[in-house]
Design a protein around this ligand. Structure first.
Ligand SMILES: Cc1ncc(COP(=O)(O)O)c(C=O)c1O
Length: 390
């Protein structure tokens, strides 16, 4: 039977990197002695008070269809939080709720891009971006951030990537996989290009609550960005709610109206009890969120210190998030072989970071989404594994 050309465009090219992860996950579920450092799903349970709120809302009958763009009170809460952090004047009318940030990214891409358009993406990039940008028929133009410069943005590369066909710049800050949060100069540079060339900027900020030791820079804060900035966010990481599938886009009202039309035929609204739980989380669970942030930071500090002392490994210290990129070229092994042998001999799974783009070649992505004792054990095993390589 014939399928649409869309099915080719959403295939994406990096699926192989996950084979080892799925193998490790299955082995772990079977009870094998395996430590999975290859996934970005928080190891914390969703705070119990959030679960209680969802149950209460269900019992109270919030189990029917809802407004397509989402509960107004939650949209107002998200808008107020964003306004307080970015200084951008937004209200509930600038927010649409979606099934996770991924759904918001996809809907935004479908509403902004067309066949023949180009979208710039800072690379290394989150793996779904390729398919998300190709879905409407657009071409992804990578702007490569080099490991040698700690994945900082080179203004000339950004400038040179822009063509007549460019419609948008997509990026995740803080980034998955690099953990880099763009600094003010970089954000200004992106805003400047967007204004000059009349571009949209889609800023994926799902890790913005987990920035260590510093201020976070929103592109939406920059002058002249109110008509062209789209901010993507989510409950998945901040409140350990990845399975609840609650995210959003914050954008000019005209774009929100267009995404709303798409959401009508794609999603038809989110569960009301999940939105009630999401509002409760933002209103009452900042303490849980900040505690998780501190724990991720402590774990990443520990990893950095451990890996820095191991022969053949060169870790990059992240500014934020729950991941670390580690250059393993010093071990003399190709990355797929490194990952496979580490798994076979030590039962530790890490991800070949090439999946995130060529500039992450030679690196593995290590997640700190396991309890502290497991992380310590994983480090001991990685150290022992490296010693077997001489
Ligand atoms: C950079 C980035 N954007 C978006 C997502 C998707 O998040 P959500 O669970 O809200 O769909 C992820 C998930 O890992 C991510 O790392």
């Amino acid at each position: 039977m014939k399928f649409s050309t869309l099915t080719d465009r959403v295939k994406g090219g990096a699926a192989d990197a996950w084979d080892l992860h799925y193998l490790a996950k299955l082995a772990r579920e079977r009870g094998d002695d395996v430590i999975v450092l290859s996934v970005g799903d928080p190891d914390f349970a969703t705070p119990p008070a959030i679960i209680d709120k969802a149950c209460e809302a269900m019992r109270d009958g919030d189990t029917h269809y809802t407004q397509i763009c989402g509960h107004e009170d939650l949209r107002a809460t998200i808008a107020a939080k964003h306004a307080a952090s970015s200084g951008q004047a937004v209200g509930a009318e600038n927010v649409i709720l979606t099934s996770g940030a991924q759904n918001a990214l996809f809907a935004t891409s479908m509403c902004l891009l067309d066949h023949g358009d180009e979208a710039i993406v800072l690379q290394p990039m989150y793996v779904t971006y390729e398919a998300t940008i190709q879905a409407p028929g657009a071409t992804l133009v990578p702007v490569v951030l080099d490991a040698d410069t700690e994945f900082r943005l080179d203004p000339d590369r950004l400038r040179n990537a822009i063509s007549e066909r460019t419609r948008a710049i997509f990026y995740a800050s803080p980034s998955n996989p690099t953990g880099v949060a763009l600094n003010h100069d970089e954000v200004q540079m992106i805003a400047d290009m967007a204004r000059r060339h009349d571009l949209w900027v889609v800023a994926d900020e799902v890790y913005a609550d987990f920035v260590f030791n510093g201020h976070f820079h929103h592109v939406a804060s920059e002058p002249g960005m109110e008509d062209r900035a789209v901010t993507i966010g989510s409950m998945s990481k901040s409140y350990a709610m990845s399975g609840w599938r609650l995210g959003w886009a914050i954008a000019p009202t005209e774009l929100i109206a267009n995404i709303d039309k798409l959401a009508l035929c794609m999603l038809y609204g989110l569960p009301g009890f999940i939105m009630q739980a999401g509002k409760y989380a933002i209103d009452h669970c900042a303490g849980d969120r900040d505690r998780m942030c501190e724990i991720y930071q402590a774990r990443l500090d520990y990893l950095y210190q451990q890996f820095s002392a191991m022969p053949g490994l060169a870790p990059h210290r992240p500014d934020a998030g729950m991941f670390m990129l580690v250059d393993v070229r010093g071990t003399g092994l190709e990355v797929p072989e490194f990952c496979q042998r580490l798994y076979d001999t030590a039962g530790v799974s890490v991800l070949d970071a090439t999946a995130f783009g060529a500039s992450a070649a030679g690196h593995v992505r290590v997640s700190v989404t396991v309890p502290d004792d497991e992380l310590r054990e994983a480090c001991a095993r990685i150290g022992a594994f490296l010693e077997t390589l001489d």
